[in-house]
Design a protein around this ligand. Structure first.
Ligand SMILES: [Zn+2]
Length: 327
């Protein structure tokens, strides 16, 4: 089965060029008509246009290269941008439509992912590297002419035993349908849904945790999302919450910080109800064991200092309001 790029993926390059032309025309035509001036001056549109022009040219050049993605009786062959590879089926650990680890539970699997035991020379850096497993995301369903159903049908024809299996329920369904254990081919696999994306243990729950730090008018947010076992979720929660408590008070983050701290705590509830993490046989993960949750938030220097600053700030605001209201 040969897969083809959808024609609309060829539009990105020309679109960048159009935006670049818009940038070049902006200082003389568009911005004066809108009576708008950037605070550094409208000349800033020229270097921005030059950068976009380069991106557009690169994208068009990249798209004009030959594109090949095929799987048949012999194996998988591909040439995408500068990366290329050819592997026979017996070197393939797993090949199928998969999700990214941070895709939400209701997102459909759409990344055609090839798992090998070692990185392949010439294929570029793997998109995922786990212990003894290298994953290449060769294509995304929306960018191909062929639909997810057609791809799955094709995979089923050539690789019945490599069919993507997610979780224990998926494995049972697989054995019923094909009459063999997927483990015979997929001796190692990446963590699936319901398994911790960090250590591969089960049970796991899908968590979204955030942190925010700020200085004056600047703020930096980070988010961790994905399936986590109880210990990995707790370690992440404590790390991000302590960082927010210490770092949010020094600028605009003073507004968002307390909300993030509260939201993190509420979002941890399903993960805290999970049982202790048990390793899943055959799963290769980033870490061989669950992360160490470490000391509680209020036993960390960042947590203590941050909470004290928060309390002092709150008292100060309360005092100012009280002083204003009584005079
Ligand atoms: Zn874990």
């Amino acid at each position: 089965m040969e897969l083809h790029r959808h024609w609309k993926t060829g539009l990105y390059g020309p679109l960048w060029i159009l935006v670049a032309i818009g940038c070049f025309l902006a200082p003389t035509l568009i911005l004066p008509a809108l009576r708008y001036e950037f605070f550094v001056g409208n000349w800033i549109a020229y270097p921005a246009g030059a950068v976009l022009l380069l991106i557009g040219a690169y994208t068009i050049r990249d798209h004009s290269k030959p594109y090949l993605l095929r799987f048949d009786e012999t194996g998988v062959v591909w040439r995408v941008s500068n990366a290329h590879g050819a592997v026979p089926w017996h070197d393939v650990v797993r090949f199928g439509l998969e999700k990214k680890p941070d895709d939400a539970p209701r997102v459909k699997p759409k990344h055609l992912t090839l798992w090998l035991r070692h990185p392949l020379p010439g294929a570029g850096d793997p998109d995922v590297e786990l212990q003894g497993l290298a994953g290449y995301r060769l294509a995304e369903v929306g960018e191909l002419v062929e639909s997810a159903e057609q791809i799955v049908a094709g995979l089923r024809r050539y690789t019945p035993a490599l069919e993507t299996v997610t979780g224990a329920a998926g494995a049972t369904a697989f054995v019923e349908q094909f009459g063999g254990a997927p483990a015979s081919y997929g001796d190692r696999r990446a963590p699936a849904e319901g398994e911790c994306a960090v250590c591969g243990s089960a049970p796991a729950s899908f968590v979204v945790l955030q942190s925010v730090v700020s200085a004056a008018v600047f703020h930096w947010t980070s988010a961790e999302r994905g399936w986590r076992c109880r210990d990995c979720a707790l370690a992440t929660y404590r790390h991000l919450t302590a960082r927010t408590l210490l770092g949010c008070w020094w600028g605009v983050g003073v507004i968002g910080g307390p909300v993030v701290v509260l939201a993190n705590r509420l979002r941890m509830r399903p993960a805290l109800r999970l049982g202790p993490p048990q390793p899943t046989p055959g799963v290769a993960a980033l870490s061989p064991r669950p992360l160490d949750p470490g000391p509680r938030v209020l036993a960390r220097p960042g947590g203590i200092v941050g909470t004290l600053v928060g309390v002092v700030l709150t008292l100060l605001v309360a005092f100012v309001i009280f002083a204003l209201a009584t005079t």
